[in-house]
Design a binder for this molecule. Sequence first.
Ligand SMILES: Nc1ncnc2c1ncn2[C@@H]1O[C@H](COP(=O)(O)OP(=O)(O)O)[C@@H](O)[C@H]1O
Ligand SMILES: CC(=O)OP(=O)(O)O
Ligand SMILES: [Mg+2]
Length: 369
Amino acid sequence: MRVLALNPGSSSLKTALVQDGKPVGWAAWSLPEAGDDTTVVGEALDRWSTVDAVAIRFVHGGSRAGPERLDGLAIGALQRLIPLAPLHQPRAVGLARAVFRLRPSIPVVAAFDTSFHATLPPAATHYPLPREWTRQGRLRRYGFHGLSCRHAARRVGELLDVAEPRLLCCHLGAGVSVTAIRDGWSMDTSMGFTPLEGPAMATRSGSVDPGLLLHVMRTAPMGAEEMEDALYRRSGLAGMSGTDGDLRSVLASATTGDPDALAAMEVYLHRVRREIGAMAVALDRLDAVVFTGGVAAHQPELLARLTEPLGVLGIEADSERCLGDGDRVVSPEGASVTALVLGTGEEKELARAAEEVLAARTRPKAPTG
Ligand SMILES: Nc1ncnc2c1ncn2[C@@H]1O[C@H](COP(=O)(O)OP(=O)(O)O)[C@@H](O)[C@H]1O
Ligand SMILES: CC(=O)OP(=O)(O)O
Ligand SMILES: [Mg+2]
């Protein structure tokens, strides 16, 4: 099956043609350079003319436990989740609508970041808020980067000779999260109700004391839109350093001795380390730590600096090994935890989801009686 995978991230739009599980074509844009949804989809469908299905990454799927085939009704339901993932969900909805417009006969499958975390233990999903707020089960922690985590768990299973591996998946892209995974199951994760919780990100604040936000609301009153803009688009590395938040820009400013950029890097690394520590306690032992996402792929030299103070958890990365290519072990010989850099497998997981959903639809029904 030839699946066109569409992966709208917060700083990029990645597309791939995946044939029988193997990516055979790839195109990516930095945002905001990518054209409008119809142009992107039109170009992809022209480039890879024979496509059996389109798979789209939706970061928020609410309580959906697995991928699903989209129709107009389903898109409408996903559109209602836009306020819970304002950097991602509008583009995913727009891409789906563009495929329907341009090629109404191609099946479109949505795969959700949140589905991987649908089985999180209750203690990891529940917010300590008034019962009246949480009773319906909607105001809870959902978790994100699930397609990336699923791929990381799959690769660790293939690469390490360990039964029921316990691993941490550190996704370092424009969004940043850390997830504890036990034998393929999510045990805890740093992102929550929205992809705003957790470490500092490219333009997102990550976790801040809610009391600080209350204070700001009182002293500099602003509406929800303005607060959303500040927390999602004007905070994180961008807000701290005065750059666009791309790690390349922050590192370039830090190299010139810019004090804000230097401080931003320290805060960024400190907050990722803190989440690594927090997630480790969701596992009864630690076999592996995976670094993935654009930063792990393109700034692997940062990983030795990131892991330097993590010896207390047995996590180490060797600076020479970090500089290698492809999926690789970066921990030194004899380290108690295997540290790996893995390519981000979201597009492969998208294609797999489309194959699963469409195979289930065409499979003949088992005879009854
Ligand atoms: N070609 C590249 N060269 C160097 N760094 C890159 C490159 N592409 C991405 N990055 C780094 O990866 C980060 C974005 O990660 P990525 O996972 O692609 O983002 P998204 O969250 O949009 O999916 C950027 O901040 C940048 O530091
Ligand atoms: C969920 C999320 O933050 O995704 P990305 O890193 O692709 O922006
Ligand atoms: Mg991404």
